[in-house]
Design a protein around this ligand. Structure first.
Ligand code: UGA
Length: 433
């Protein structure tokens, strides 16, 4: 099939590349000419393991362009994978979605199915279809399908090809048949992905309800971990003990310095906003948002208690990205923590395997960027670990003692064994242990 994709961010690009991998002819559209030029040279604009390889492997079936008219004109289906950023009040901003709709109206010359992959508030697909139907040239039929995305950054390619499920929300047979046809290769060997058909509003809700549930799980374990600290229990043992109950499971029970990224913070706020508007406030989601905000600030007080004054102290930061295997900094706990340490007069040296260039765009020369992990440890008064990169977890704890001025380590991601750290002579504080 001929498929056009609006947006070459995480969702759009991964969708485009994997659909090409499944045999479809794909046009990836973006407004950013520089990005399109890079993509044309098979340079992946985001750090996503396996994506660039897949781009190269399927380059004969993928076209990158800013010419949306050319891409949309003869497409059998157009995906919308543009951002829906958070507004000040927590609601989702749909401006990018609407601007793609206007381009579709301008360009399309035959019947079309528009598939919305971006995370949008419940009811948006209905509104978009109404808008497109009203404005589309006479004689052209348009159907809108909700097809939420469940990929996680860092494992995006695998999460798309071996997805937990494909959710299709459609209101007409034609629309659901086209969506089913596109995904047919994924529903058979070797992928065998379950495909679920439902109403558009239910599909939109599946996305928010899933993300908010996962965020709740994290905030719950984080609150339990805070209580563990107060009661001298160990959150890792507690989470392990819980996880053997298959109804609870072991995933997303890692306590830490809070969730970040472009999805959980935004999607919790957007669903909370919507629920309030409907007069059915999700107080549980509100609590989850508050817990996460407080969680991000849990480590500095521990450091302050040990070091007394933080002024002019040399602090090493290990990890800047919101999680490992991505260069994304959106809502990363590192941003607020570095900001606060700078406010307190600390001298910061940071190291991250892939996130430093993006961090430089935010903090410039306010901090020092180390060339290696060791550079962010050497001669430091304290080290703060904010992302659980394997490169950090694999080091010998003795390295801290041997290189730091004072071996104070504050670990927001529970990367090390507490007993081993103690044996290595390190003043080690972590989360809930
Ligand atoms: C998340 C969801 O996991 C995906 O299913 C969803 O498709 C995606 O949002 C989206 O809406 O597009 P992502 O934001 O890439 O994916 O990252 P996650 O792996 O879910 O991690 C989110 C945050 O939670 C990270 O900051 C991570 O460190 C934190 N986390 C995760 C914890 O603090 N503890 C855990 O046990 C797990």
């Amino acid at each position: 099939m001929k498929i056009a994709i609006a947006g070459t961010g995480y969702v759009g690009l991964v969708t485009g590349v994997t659909l090409a991998h499944l045999g479809h002819e794909v046009w990836c559209v973006d407004v950013d000419q520089n990005k399109i030029n890079d993509l044309k040279s098979n340079l992946c604009p985001i750090y996503e393991p396996g994506l660039e390889e897949l781009m190269k492997e399927n380059s004969s079936r993928i076209h990158y362009t800013i010419d949306y008219k050319d891409a949309y004109r003869n497409a059998d289906a157009i995906y919308i994978g543009v951002g829906t950023p958070e507004r000040k009040d927590g609601s989702a901003n749909l401006d990018y979605i609407m601007s793609v709709c206007n381009q579709i109206i301008e360009s399309v010359i035959k019947d079309i199915v528009v598939i919305i992959k971006s995370t949008v508030p419940i009811g948006t697909n209905d509104q978009v279809e109404k808008y497109l139907k009203e404005k589309m040239r006479k004689g052209i039929s348009v159907d809108v399908v909700s097809n939420p995305e469940f990929l996680a950054q860092g494992t995006a390619v695998h999460d798309t090809l071996y997805a937990s499920r494909i959710v299709i929300g459609a209101e007409s047979l034609r629309a659901s048949e086209i969506a089913k046809e596109i995904y047919k290769p994924l529903t058979v060997n070797p992928y065998n992905v379950p495909l679920l058909l439902m109403s558009r509003r239910s599909a939109e809700m599946v996305k928010y309800a899933s993300n908010d549930f996962l965020a709740l799980k994290i905030s719950y374990i984080n609150e339990i971990s805070n209580l563990c600290e107060a009661l001298d229990a160990n959150i890792e043992d507690v989470a392990k003990g819980m996880s053997f109950d298959s109804r609870i499971g072991s995933k997303f029970l890692n306590a830490g310095i809070g969730y970040g990224g472009s999805c959980f913070p935004k999607d919790t706020k957007a669903l909370h906003f919507l629920s309030k508007e409907m007069g059915k406030e999700l107080t549980i989601v509100k609590a989850c948002i508050e817990v996460n905000k407080k969680q991000k600030a849990k480590l500095i007080p521990k450091m302050k208690k040990d070091l007394k004054s933080l002024k002019d102290k040399n602090i090493g930061i290990l990890g800047l990205t919101f999680k490992p295997e991505t260069d994304d900094l959106r809502e990363s706990p590192a941003i607020e923590n570095v900001r606060e340490l700078l406010d307190k007069g600390c001298i910061i040296t940071a190291y991250d395997p892939v996130g430093m260039n993006n961090f430089k765009k935010l903090f410039g020369d306010q901090i020092v960027y180390a060339k290696s992990l060791l550079g962010a440890i050497k001669n430091m008064d304290a080290v703060m670990i904010l992302t659980e990169w394997n490169e950090f977890k694999e080091i010998d704890p003795k390295l801290f003692k041997a290189n730091m001025k004072n071996p104070n380590v504050y670990d927001g991601r529970n990367c090390f064994d507490i007993n081993q750290m103690k044996k290595s002579g390190i003043n080690y504080k972590s989360m809930g242990r």
